[in-house]
Design a protein around this ligand. Structure first.
Ligand SMILES: [Zn+2]
Length: 404
């Protein structure tokens, strides 16, 4: 049993701030959260003056094992599975070094995400709790086909879904549209599946893991994913041949349904803005702000692992993505919410983690300062607990790239 005290405790729930608060932890669980003195006595007390305690951060969209050097013709990677798994473990360590204590891996090959997830839980590797989608379901030759999840019709979508679930996937990922990372395949402004086929994956998930994430750029693919009843829509860029074209009626329908959207807001925003121009990037960010105004439940997820225009979305750069939400006009309290409790709910683990509450997993961080006043204080990590286990990672430098 131990008590951790801090000047400020943010429970993750909107507006819930405890001045001079404390959290009582027993092993991997939170026993109580309240003002100083509320937890009684404990053999171990950590008093963090000048600090804020808050739930561990959640990244709803990562690819720890993306290998940018995959041969586009053969689908063969430059890395063998053994080396790739080591790099994924290093990426997991970097992710937790940024205060991320839960991450959802939305696609990789060879079921390595499951191996890594279990290794982290067993204490063999340092990283956040991982939720793994394994092979994304995609059409033959479609977006990320080389991850091994090709399926073109109802029986084959069902088969890939069932195989992923049999292997131990925590959620399913469907490529509802094409993408920009697989040249020669379906472009991002084209839908890959009709709603009926996405619904097959939703049906298969319903009986077991429940959550389905749909990669969707094209408005038609967003509509199909929504109609199929997926849990989260990823990217949601409204991408057409003329660039992002916001569809207010579609956004309204998403908000009404309660479907979460992970717009994959990431820390390379300013670099990309300098590289490809302000107009398209500002239009994209304007769409994120419009989705918020429409009442859509947005969550934080970085799509880390992917490179855009040669810029590697670094695994340890999570907080920069949150700063881009601030750039779009979001307030700090709302950003903390979408990075913790709301992202955990979107990933289907809201009853387990994402907020500081009695009975939940002791996934929490302590930072110097107060992120409600200054978002950048989220970088001033003093403590990172994953299931009560301290995994603080300071001053560790490696030269390994997130994307191989
Ligand atoms: Zn992705």
């Amino acid at each position: 049993m131990r008590i951790i005290r801090a000047d400020t405790v943010l429970t993750g729930r909107p507006g819930e701030v405890i001045a001079d608060g404390e959290v009582l932890i027993d092993g991997s669980r939170i026993l109580s959260v309240g003002p100083r003195g509320s937890a009684g006595e404990a053999p171990e007390v950590l008093d963090l003056r000048g600090h804020t305690l808050l739930p561990g951060l959640v990244d709803a969209h990562v690819h720890l094992g993306f290998d940018a050097r995959v041969d586009r013709v053969t689908g063969r990677s430059a890395e063998n599975d053994g080396r790739l798994l080591l790099r994924m473990a290093e990426n997991a360590r970097k992710l937790v070094s940024a205060g991320v204590t839960t991450a959802r891996d939305l696609g990789g090959r060879s079921f390595l995400d499951l191996t890594l997830r279990d290794a982290v839980e067993d204490g063999l590797a340092v990283g956040p709790h991982l939720l793994a989608a394994t092979r994304p379901i995609t059409v033959t030759g479609g977006h990320c086909w080389y991850m091994g999840g090709e399926a073109d019709d109802e029986p084959s979508v069902r088969r890939v879904a069932r195989e992923n679930l049999r292997a131990g996937a925590d959620c399913l990922k469907v490529m509802a549209s094409g993408g920009e990372m697989s040249p020669g395949s379906v472009p991002s402004w084209r839908a890959q599946y009709p709603a009926a086929l996405i619904r097959v994956a939703v049906e298969e998930a319903a009986a077991r893991v429940e959550t389905v994430a749909a990669h969707a750029h094209a408005p038609e693919s967003i509509r199909n994913a929504l109609e199929a009843g997926v849990t989260t829509i990823e990217h949601c860029t409204f991408h057409t041949t003329q660039g992002p074209a916001y569809d207010a009626r579609l956004a309204e329908a998403i908000a009404e349904s309660g479907t979460y959207v992970c717009p994959t807001v990431h820390g390379q925003f300013w670099n990309l803005r300098a590289l490809i121009g302000a107009e398209p990037m500002d239009r994209w960010l304007g769409n994120v702000a419009a989705m918020r105004a429409a009442g859509i439940k947005l969550v934080a997820g970085t799509d880390t692992g992917f490179a855009i225009a040669g810029l590697d979305k670094r695994t340890d750069d999570y907080v920069s993505g949150l700063e881009v939400f601030a750039e779009a006009g979001f307030g700090n309290a709302e950003i903390v919410e979408l990075a913790t409790v709301r992202a955990a709910e979107a990933c289907g683990v809201g009853t387990e983690t994402g907020s500081l509450e009695a009975g939940k997993r002791a996934d929490l961080i302590a930072v110097r300062g107060n992120p409600l006043d200054r978002l950048a204080d989220l970088r001033e990590l003093e403590l990172v607990l994953v299931s009560g286990r301290s995994v603080g990672q300071r001053h560790v430098d490696t030269v390994t790239s997130s994307v191989g």
